[in-house]
Design a protein around this ligand. Sequence first.
Ligand code: CP
Ligand code: NVA
Length: 315
Amino acid sequence: MKDFLKETDFQAHELAEVFALARDFKARRGRAASAVLAGQTWAMLFSKSSTRTRVSFEVGIHELGGNPLFLNRNDLQLGRGESVEDTARVLSRFVHGLIVRTYDHSDVVRLAASASVPVVNALTDFLHPCQIYADAFTAAERWAGAGGDLVGSLRGRKIAYLGDTCFNMANSWILGASLFGMKVALAGPKVYEPGPEIRAQLKAEGRAAEFHFTTDPVEAVRGADIVYTDVWASMGQEEETDERMAQMQPYAATSKLFAAAKPDALFMHCLPAHPGEEVEQAVLDNPRSVVFDQAENRLHVQKAILAMLAKGRAR
Ligand code: CP
Ligand code: NVA
């Protein structure tokens, strides 16, 4: 496997390796540095804003001995019409890997097809796999405990996903859960139910995902081990903000709704959050909210993903 464009690009046994590496990187942080990217430059080609993804990748590449090269799409000829394919071919002559954040998922697929170096999806409108891996690792750390079976601790768990159930985070949980052995209950307005694209993806991969959509948020959170939400208007949807606010209001992660999940359920949000909109501040501040652990774990898990891809290239 050359690229990491979607959750299922790693198989179950490789996921266990990613998590084991991430646990090790986290434990050793600040001590013995790993040099798996020594002498390498990884380009980060971003068409959207980012705090967590950009910083965690830049720091992570440094910590692996490599050199991150941040490229804003508009500063490249790509922004003036040079093709995705030629951009991929040219960058492949200079750098050892490409980390890409963009709108249309087919752009990362095309980049990866034309690049001779690994391509990592750092968020598209369709999927955000680096986030999902860090989220699953965050839950697994809690559930498996020190030295326990991280991947095994996820099996059979239920996640309730609230709000916009047809965009990148919801899609990624649906696809990711099919790898983790988790069940997903999604609750949101009917017009935002999971779309044909994610269903087609599951079908193409022959995956029987355990996901269920409902318009009833209480039904979704009942028995859930994780309650998850994301912003109601994602990057690129700013013009729809008012309409989305009105439609998604019943799906806000309130203390009352969180209390309807399992008593030890975790609260998760990929961040950035809009307190008072999709989530109550009290829920973000709840002792069972792990939102900042999720953010920190982006660093450790992405280092593990990069190490796996670099190893693959060396084979
Ligand atoms: N969660 C996440 O990807 O955050 P950024 O948009 O800040 O990178
Ligand atoms: N759904 C959000 C996720 C941000 C990390 C967006 O795409 O803007």
